[in-house]
Write a protein that binds this ligand. Structure first.
Ligand SMILES: Cc1ncc(COP(=O)(O)O)c(C=O)c1O
Length: 436
């Protein structure tokens, strides 16, 4: 008979409490996933929820490129099932360098690419390499997960509260007080959760500040300030909004920039787990053993298939056009619907859809009474009401570190159809009429 381990785990409260390190014990779970749990429960109870919560894709709505699936199958059939090198297979590293040269105008040499299982291992390892306990990490809110990475590396954090007028991006002015001390500045554009992009001017100002600060540090032999530039959504920008890189604006920034990238969002392949960092060679040299010891590699067939597809811009381009069009259609339908309600005097507004798969919306409902008679006193109250009364599931910016009671929420469109968006706008209008 098998040993019943479950029984051995009962009555172990003190053991359970004493086992994890203080660091692990203090680690918080994702606030977004907690909301997603509630949404799932509501869907399971039979409600037809428009799920705008997770930054993910529903495969039935957004599928990965067909050629990608085909190539993965072919690589598997060809027996590509052994360990990949810790830095990634050479074919993929070269394809990434070619992509950056072709699309971003950046020619990186061999020895600058670190592949990982998605964008997270390069982010985590960059923190690990750059940040000592107590070092200062600066980032703005709302933003995605910087708080967790800072916590895991016992960094001190300086959190800049970005404003909607600045498209929720930090400015050189806001950064100035922390420049002399900061070890890492985290930037993400297009930004999760806002769907906004950093402008050429603002990014350029930030780069000048970093370059000047690093001139000062080099002269006195101090460690440089590094820009962690997360551009996982860079291929998803809309209309006149363009993606800018620090290195194209100020080539010297190549010395101080850690690019973070992945196929997760731009190929709708969040579960495929292929990401990378493009970094100065001395940082890649340290990333290799770190990612290697974690074993956070992308699977070998997926790496090889990604390499093939990256090298075939003519195969991916039509898919990309269609994918981007579908993302944009959902975002603009949502934006236009919210703007129409705003123009009629309803207590809602939205920013323009500039990039990524997100739209920022603001509900001005605090102090108002929900249909169930409760007074809305927080963004969490508003979120619950939207879910319970209109079957609209969103994530308040508080889950991304933004101050409470701002009214701002994130709509993510990866799991909805255009019809879902239209239907949810009808339900939202009816709800806002009742509340107002
Ligand atoms: C800005 C940003 N960077 C990185 C990631 C993580 O990407 P991956 O799934 O490739 O690890 C996400 C995921 O939501 C993200 O929004």
């Amino acid at each position: 008979m098998a040993i019943d381990c479950g029984a051995l785990f009962e009555d172990c409260e003190s053991l359970a409490q004493l086992t994890p390190s203080p660091l692990a014990a203090g680690m918080e779970g994702s606030a977004i996933l907690a909301i997603a749990g509630q949404v799932k429960a509501r869907i399971a109870s039979g409600a037809d929820v428009a799920n705008f919560t997770v930054g993910d894709f529903k495969p039935g709505v957004f599928a990965i490129p067909e050629a990608f699936s085909k190539y993965i199958g072919e690589e598997l059939e060809a027996g590509q099932t052994n360990y990949p090198p810790a830095i990634g297979v050479p074919e993929l590293r070269e394809a990434i360098r070619n992509l950056y040269e072709r699309e971003l105008g950046l020619k990186y040499p061999e020895g600058t690419v670190q592949v990982g299982s998605g964008a997270r291992p390069p982010i985590y390892s960059a923190f690990r390499i750059l940040v000592e306990p107590g070092d200062l990490v600066v980032y703005s809110v709302p933003s995605w997960n910087n708080n967790y990475y800072a916590y895991l590396n016992q960094a001190r954090s300086e959190v800049i509260t970005a404003s909607p007028e600045d498209g929720f991006m930090p400015t050189a002015e806001a950064l100035a007080p922390y420049l002399r001390e900061a070890r890492v500045l985290c930037l993400n554009s297009p930004l999760n959760p806002t769907g906004t992009t950093i402008s050429k001017e603002v990014l350029s100002d930030l780069c000048v500040a970093i370059i000047n600060e690093n001139k000062r540090r080099t002269a006195v032999g101090h460690r440089p300030l590094i820009l962690l530039y997360d551009q996982v959504y860079w291929q998803l920008t809309f209309g006149e909004h363009k993606h800018w890189t620090p290195v194209e604006l100020h080539p010297e920034m190549a010395r101080y920039t850690v690019f973070i990238d992945a196929i997760s969002k731009c190929w709708a392949g969040t579960g495929m787990r292929v990401g990378w960092g493009v970094v100065p060679p001395w940082i890649r040299g340290r990333m290799k053993p770190l990612v290697g010891h974690m074993g956070a590699w992308a699977a070998r067939p997926e790496q090889l298939a990604t390499a093939r597809l990256l090298n075939e811009p003519e195969t991916i381009a039509p898919w990309m056009d269609e994918f981007k069009g579908a993302v944009q259609e959902r975002l603009t339908t949502l934006r236009d619907g919210l703007w129409a309600m705003r123009d009629e005097g309803m207590p809602v507004d939205a920013l323009d859809a500039e990039g990524a798969i997100y739209l920022s919306a603001r509900f001005d409902l605090l102090g108002k009474t929900a249909p169930d008679g409760r007074t809305l006193t927080s963004d969490e109250d508003v979120r619950r009401m939207l879910l319970e009364e209109a079957d609209i599931a969103v994530v308040p910016f508080t889950a991304f570190g933004y101050p409470p009671k701002s009214g701002w929420v994130r709509f993510s469109i990866g799991a909805v159809t255009v019809e879902d968006v239209q239907n949810s706008l009808v339900r939202l209008r009816a709800l806002l009429e009742k509340v107002a």
